[in-house]
Design a protein around this ligand. Structure first.
Ligand SMILES: [Zn+2]
Length: 288
């Protein structure tokens, strides 16, 4: 996928990294070998290899006739991510090269949206210059869910989770942050959809143009196996009951329709259609 068209909107992707992430049994505490057995044939090796989930970290770029919107900003460089050593203090230019591959420049981004403020969705909000965090997208307004910002700020205050201090506070101090409602309309063809559970202010991003619909999921769902088992929660979902309700509602709403679903972490190409099957769902990828 370079760019694909949905009406008069174009959508591209920037992949920061891709590969084995975590054991499926650690990631989904409800997963069992018995439950997985009938699904290994379609999961392996693209989505699951040696019981490790294969997951990309990526952004989507939405180009409407009026603006260029970045959805999620991956992990970033020099960030404090002690729980995942591959991300901790990393330095590479893979992400910024992705803009060149799409034929655009970070300075062209008009709006940054984060589906939520976890480290792999807000990292490139900032970059380290001369020991100071500065906005990477200096011409953008960063439209951040007020609910999500308050949650991230609380995690910083109470648990010293550095994500807020590194990825959010510098944006607000630079005057580029705009706190918005969880159903905020960004543009006539781009708006937020509240999808709480993984985090309190988690939002999907809906894109619609000329009768074509696309929805960018963020982390309301992490793996195609959750289409089969929508009640399997990621161990770090903040409110597991709410996350399960949101995931079930989402899959039911978008099953068997033309809406293209773009996920954050399903194996590349990560996008496709939700189809109902038996008593659950299946994900049909579109590779363009
Ligand atoms: Zn994520």
């Amino acid at each position: 996928m370079s760019w694909f068209k949905a009406g008069n909107v174009e959508i591209g992707r920037i992949v920061e990294s891709n590969g084995p992430f975590m054991s499926i049994y650690d990631f989904f505490p409800d997963a069992t070998a018995e439950a997985l057995a009938p699904h290994r044939e379609w999961l392996e090796p693209g989505a699951l290899a040696n019981d490790m989930l294969i997951m990309p970290i990526q952004s989507y770029v939405v180009r409407t006739p009026r603006m260029m919107v970045l959805v999620d900003s991956c992990v970033g460089n020099h960030k404090s991510v002690k729980w995942f050593p591959a991300w901790h203090q990393k330095t590479d230019d893979d992400y910024l090269r992705g803009f060149t591959k799409l034929g655009i420049h970070p300075d062209e981004i008009d709006v940054v949206l984060c589906t939520h403020l976890h480290v792999d969705h807000s990292g490139w909000n900032t970059r380290l210059v001369d020991g100071k965090w500065v906005p990477t997208f200096k011409n953008a307004r960063y439209m951040l869910s007020r609910t999500e910002c308050e949650h991230a700020e609380r995690l910083w205050r109470e648990y010293k989770d550095p994500t807020y201090a590194e990825n959010v506070q510098p944006i607000l101090e630079a005057g580029l942050g705009v706190l918005v409602a969880d159903d905020h309309e960004v543009d006539e063809s781009v708006w937020l959809e509240p999808t709480p559970g993984h985090t309190p202010g988690h939002c999907a991003v809906h894109v619609a143009s000329q009768g074509q619909d696309v929805v960018i999921t963020g982390d309301l769902i992490h793996s195609p196996i959750q289409c089969r088992f929508p009640n399997w929660n990621f161990k770090f979902d903040a409110d597991k009951a709410q996350a399960g309700r949101t995931r079930n509602d989402f899959l039911t709403r978008y099953a068997d329709c033309d809406t293209r679903v773009l996920t954050a972490h399903f194996p590349l190409p990560s996008g496709g259609h939700v189809r109902s099957v038996d008593d659950a769902f299946h994900f049909h990828y579109i590779d363009d």
